[in-house]
Design a protein around this ligand. Structure first.
Ligand code: RUB
Length: 319
């Protein structure tokens, strides 16, 4: 039985109350740990069944989140271990999730350090949506006195740019907000465009909040480099095996709650920026051109050997 608290986390992820790939992953891991702690049946089989159900709920809460899937894969992998007692299995799941989180947090510090090095002095930086990885870099660069100003888009339809603006101004960073359609007029004033990522695909292209591709293409037109800040857990391994990343389609009411005849609203949450528009990915393993990054991840994850494991996780996603 999944707890009310767990189901509330799933609901909050679905409704975007919990937003951004890293926050989604963090909330999911916390909810899973709590489920493990609170499980009070004595059957190891029931425990595994519950774990499987939790993974399924979470994987379908937001379909475009490979970082969340990376955490869930660890849970499924650990659940298949040879632990004979429930106590040991619980301990193993908790340890593996704890280790994963620790690595993500240490990785974030490294990304902030490497990212701040890429930011030139007196930089005007454009950003889009709200990425807590981007925030770490901007705050670090601000501490080093490198930022003149950050320009953030509103990021319609749900205005995540406001969250970015609030956080930046609180940290003492001079911030300008623009409507999404003002990007072409303003991006030429910027030294770089820095975005986050929800996923990096096998061809090095980057999935991120809808509108990222627009900013990236316009930035290229005006000679402004696009850097993407993301942990390596954002890499989507199944795209190496012919699977397409699912682009989440969100409710039309987020755009306009009007019902008209002969009328439809399309509301994709993400878009895909081709690798050729991205100068580099800033990750905890270093700063890489996107296609090189994908090749490195293929080797690192030993995908040739682990294809089955990655595909079995994806099979839990609703079609
Ligand atoms: C958020 C978004 C962020 C990435 C990266 O979209 O596109 O740029 O998730 O975030 P949404 P982070 O608001 O739909 O979740 O760097 O925090 O992982």
């Amino acid at each position: 039985m999944l707890s009310k608290k767990f189901l509330k986390t799933v609901k909050d992820i679905k409704s975007l109350k919990i937003q951004g790939a890293s926050n989604v992953r963090k909330a999911a891991v916390e909810a899973l740990l709590e489920e493990v702690n609170e499980f009070n049946d004595s059957s190891i089989l029931h425990f595994k069944a519950d774990l499987f159900k939790s993974v399924k709920e979470l994987i379908n809460a937001r379909p475009t989140e490979p970082e969340l899937r990376s955490a869930l894969r660890i849970v499924l992998h650990t659940a298949q271990s040879n632990s004979h007692s429930l106590f040991d299995l619980k301990k193993e799941v908790k340890n593996s999730l704890g280790y994963f989180e620790k690595q993500r947090n240490e990785g974030l510090r490294k990304i902030a350090t490497y990212g701040a090095r890429e930011i030139p002095n007196d930089a005007i930086v454009m950003t889009h949506c709200h990425s807590h990885t981007v925030m770490e870099i901007l705050k670090e660069a601000h501490k080093q006195g490198k930022i003149e100003r950050v320009i953030c888009t509103e990021s319609r339809p749900l205005f995540q740019g406001r969250k970015t603006a609030e956080e930046l101004t609180k940290a003492g960073v001079k911030t300008t907000m623009i409507v999404d359609s003002a990007v072409s007029s303003i991006v030429k004033e910027c030294g770089l465009f820095l975005s986050g990522a929800d996923a990096v695909l096998s061809d090095g292209s980057v999935v991120n909040k809808i509108g990222t591709q627009n900013v990236s293409m316009l930035a290229e037109k005006f000679g402004v480099p696009h850097y993407v800040a993301c942990g390596t857990a954002k890499f989507d391994p199944v795209t190496f095996f012919g699977f397409q990343e699912i682009i989440e389609q969100r409710a039309p009411e987020e755009v306009w709650d009007k019902k008209l005849k002969n009328f439809e609203i399309k509301n994709p949450a993400f878009d895909i920026t081709a690798a050729k528009y991205v100068k580099a990915l800033i990750t905890e393993k270093g700063v890489f051109p996107p296609t090189e990054f994908a090749g490195m991840m293929y080797k690192d994850l030993q995908l040739e050997k682990h294809e089955k494991e990655f595909l079995s996780l994806i099979s839990l996603m609703k079609k």
